[in-house]
Design a protein around this ligand. Structure first.
Ligand SMILES: [Zn+2]
Length: 387
């Protein structure tokens, strides 16, 4: 039995709730069922590429103009560091209350870290394919997927593919990936309309008007839902890079953090998102929780987070849950991972160490350590102060 002063269940708020759940028991001020869903994140991103926020008009401009402190491709080739970064992302997710996450980036390290983790969130692996050195071709991703499928044969995890973008992936790769995904009844993620309108280009490439298996990430400049696309909005990085967010909540299915090491996972953005969107709170809560599960076709069964804070505090400040359940199993107790005893402070300290190691091993030499950590702080501040 769970009792709570306020319960958010699939986005609906119920006061003085008594829930006859057999897999959990306790009394909380607030519970959220399922927990928060982080619909898009890059576990290997540890640099913003710039010092001054709001400097770009679209993602291509950012990618072309940024000056990295750490060589991205080199980090991705470093399996042990990449998987360390993924592992820390998983711990951070559950400690903050993000019970479902969708990860792009380095495929094998992301899966290895998840298999090794004892306390972990539900997960969707959308490994990135991109026409750049250090990235996998879609054929390679599908063939590795087949090999890994057995090792993650678990209702907590799902596999798909992430096509980086219309510009950095070839038309052939985009079409091939989508045809494979259609045949396998899978899902495909894609950065779309991140600062420039791209829906018409997608329609031209695919020679279609319906895209039922594509999860569009950002969709800042296009209304996408009428075309069967689902939309994950990432207000954090949209603010940091472009000083704007997608305002049309009815064209958004769910939200993502994009850069969990830099700005935290989506559960830590609730108070900022709540301030940005002036819409009925249940409309927002549905998208922050169940919305991401629906987009990724994941079960919500047994996912719950419990707070010793009022719902008002959960919505208006950055508070950590005390307990977290994933698929009916406790994964966080008293703000520590249940089997392994990590706190959020531990994760933050370890993340700093991993970034230091990345600088030592894969630094470009253009940016100092102090400058890199200053960049990270500056990005966080830009998001926090956005109105
Ligand atoms: Zn992204």
């Amino acid at each position: 039995m769970i009792e709570a002063e306020a319960a958010v269940i699939h986005g609906k708020i119920i006061y003085d709730a008594r829930l006859p759940i057999e897999w959990a028991e306790g009394t909380y001020k607030t519970i959220v069922m399922p927990g928060f869903s982080d619909g898009h994140m890059h576990p290997q991103v540890i640099d913003t590429g710039f010092s001054q926020p709001y400097s770009y008009s679209n993602s291509y401009e950012w990618i072309e103009q940024r000056v990295m402190a750490i060589d991205e491709a080199s980090v991705r080739r470093d399996e042990s560091l990449s998987s360390r970064l993924a592992f820390l992302t998983y711990l951070r997710s559950i400690l903050e209350g993000s019970t479902l996450i969708s990860v792009t980036g380095a495929f094998v390290p992301n899966v290895k870290a998840w298999n090794l983790a004892l306390d972990k969130p539900r997960i969707v692996f959308l490994p990135t394919t991109m026409r750049r050195s250090g990235w996998m071709a879609p054929q390679e991703i599908f063939s590795v997927s087949e090999k890994l499928r057995n090792s993650i044969n678990d209702s907590l995890a799902r596999l798909g593919i992430f096509v980086h973008s219309l510009k950095y992936s070839s038309q052939r790769d985009i079409k091939y990936s989508y045809s494979m995904i259609e045949a396998k009844k899978g899902i495909m993620g894609l950065h779309l309309s991140e600062g420039i309108s791209e829906l018409n280009i997608l329609q031209r490439i695919m020679n279609s008007n319906r895209f039922n298996r594509i999860i569009a990430v950002h969709c800042l400049n296009d209304k996408v839902k009428p075309y069967g696309l689902t939309c994950i909005s990432c207000p954090g990085t949209n603010v940091i890079l472009y000083n704007k967010v997608k305002r049309d909540i009815y064209d958004i299915d769910s939200f993502g953090s994009d850069w969990p090491h830099i700005i935290g996972t989506i559960a830590s953005h609730i108070h900022i998102i709540n301030r940005i969107f002036n819409v009925p709170i249940e409309t927002l809560l549905f998208r922050l929780t169940t919305g991401g599960y629906i987009v990724h076709g994941m079960s919500t069964q047994g996912d719950l987070i419990g707070f010793d804070e009022s719902l008002d505090r959960v919505l208006k400040s950055n508070v950590q849950p005390i307990d977290v359940y994933i698929a009916g199993r406790k994964t966080v107790e008293e703000k520590q991972t249940f089997l392994t005893g990590y706190t959020l402070e531990d994760v933050e300290r370890e993340t700093k160490k991993a970034i230091d190691a990345a600088l030592d091993l894969h630094g470009t030499g253009y940016i100092s350590r102090n400058e890199l950590f200053w960049r990270i702080r500056r990005a966080r501040e830009a998001f926090l102060s956005f109105h």
